[in-house]
Design a protein around this ligand. Structure first.
Ligand code: GDP
Length: 367
């Protein structure tokens, strides 16, 4: 084909005819890209979620996790509209120290639950490390290989921004969206460090603690005050030459549990051994969880606990918003550092400094 640059005007230049450029590989790509950047309306999100559209559910969860006010206002509307369709699920919290085998176990438990009971499973997480280091304990490895490609499962890593309270609230709100999208089994995973276990406990119907035997400290959970909130305790890695140790640890734990006051559910937590990796005893663990939940439904404790949780989260949300409003107030922000320095230097007591800051804040609020 005659090329304009081969004309006399451009002497010394020769443009050879080449292969014509391909159209675009995926003609829908640009459309998809454009669409992704655009926000849908709250009603469109809700419609997609109720239809079980995973892509729209993911986008809505991203909005829930976003700190941008315009995202938050849509997210809150979506949550409110999904609320009537939520609640019909079994929510299980799964906790354990790093290396206890949570991801291996959740993969095994999840596949087993889906095979045994059908339905759909969402796996959400509360990762406390995001608070300080912005790093993640849970999210930095290939996790849950089978579940991550299972058509009936939805896996979402922990929200990252904000305080533990904020992260946990977002996970709780995501539960509502997942339930509205038809996920009738929810696993909430959390690392067994810090306050995140209490936060996780406050949004699930059954809190499962994964322990290890043979670590020289069989009663780790007691020390960390976590046993009181566990509805069931399981000892992982009961395989190979670890089986005897695991059973011994289980006996110790069972004995220890008798020393605790009776849980509010009226059910003493069971202690079981299993192997997530070799998939031994998985059915027993799942049966324990589902039987426990069935009993609490019969006794009415299931609803009592969910109501307590709803109340807890109302107060948590109020506290979080008040805190945010206080700490993001520009006047307060300017005052905070010098005041803290004066407290540290011994020029002012903590109480005087706190009161002065609060008085300033309340005065500003009145104006
Ligand atoms: P997480 O940090 O709690 O999520 O733990 P992982 O699931 O990543 O497991 C930590 C390590 O323990 C990995 O190397 C797993 O292969 C191993 N592991 C997990 N479950 C078992 C088990 O049941 N038996 C044995 N022997 N090893 C396991």
């Amino acid at each position: 084909m005659e090329h304009p640059e081969n004309s006399e005007e451009y002497k010394g230049l020769q443009v050879n005819a080449g292969v014509s450029e391909q159209l675009i590989v995926n003609p829908y790509l640009s459309r998809m890209r454009k669409k992704r950047r655009q926000l849908l309306t709250a009603d469109e999100y809700v419609e997609g979620i109720l239809k079980g559209d995973v892509s729209i559910l993911s986008q809505a969860v991203t909005l829930v996790e976003s700190v941008l006010p315009e995202h938050q206002s849509i997210a809150q509307e979506v949550i409110e509209k999904c609320l009537p369709y939520s609640g019909n699920s079994v929510r299980v919290g799964i906790s354990g120290v790093p290396g206890a085998g949570k991801s291996t176990s959740i993969d095994a438990f999840g596949i087993h639950v889906l095979e045994k009971y059908g339905g759909k499973l969402a796996v959400l997480a509360i990762d406390p490390s995001s608070e300080k280091t912005k790093g993640s304990i849970l999210g930095d490895k290939t996790r849950m290989e089978r579940l991550s490609v299972h058509p009936k499962s939805f896996i979402r890593p922990s929200p990252t921004a904000g305080s533990l309270g904020g992260v946990a609230r977002k996970t709780r709100e995501s539960i509502i969206l997942c339930e509205a999208a038809g996920y009738d089994k929810i696993f909430v995973e959390t690392v067994g460090v810090g306050q995140s276990e209490t936060a996780c406990h406050s949004m699930v119907d059954f809190f499962l603690l994964i322990q290890l035997a043979g670590q020289g400290d069989e009663l780790q959970g007691i020390k960390r005050g976590i046993m009181e909130i566990s509805d069931g305790i399981v000892i992982n890695k009961a395989d190979g030459n670890n089986i005897d140790k695991a059973h011994m640890a289980a006996t110790q734990l069972r004995n220890a549990l008798h020393l605790f006051p009776m849980p509010e559910s009226g059910l003493i937590p069971q202690v079981l051994c299993y192997s997530g990796f070799y998939e031994l005893g998985i059915d027993e663990v799942i049966t324990m969880v589902f039987n426990h939940i069935a009993k609490t439904k019969e006794s009415g404790y299931f609803d009592v606990r969910r109501n307590q949780q709803a109340r807890y989260w109302m107060y948590e949300t109020i506290n979080e918003h008040l805190q945010n409003d206080f700490y993001h107030n520009p006047v307060i922000r300017d005052m905070l550092k010098p005041m803290a320095a004066s407290v540290v230097a011994g020029q002012m007591t903590s109480f005087v400094a706190a009161n002065r800051l609060l008085e300033t804040y309340f005065k500003l609020k009145k104006e």
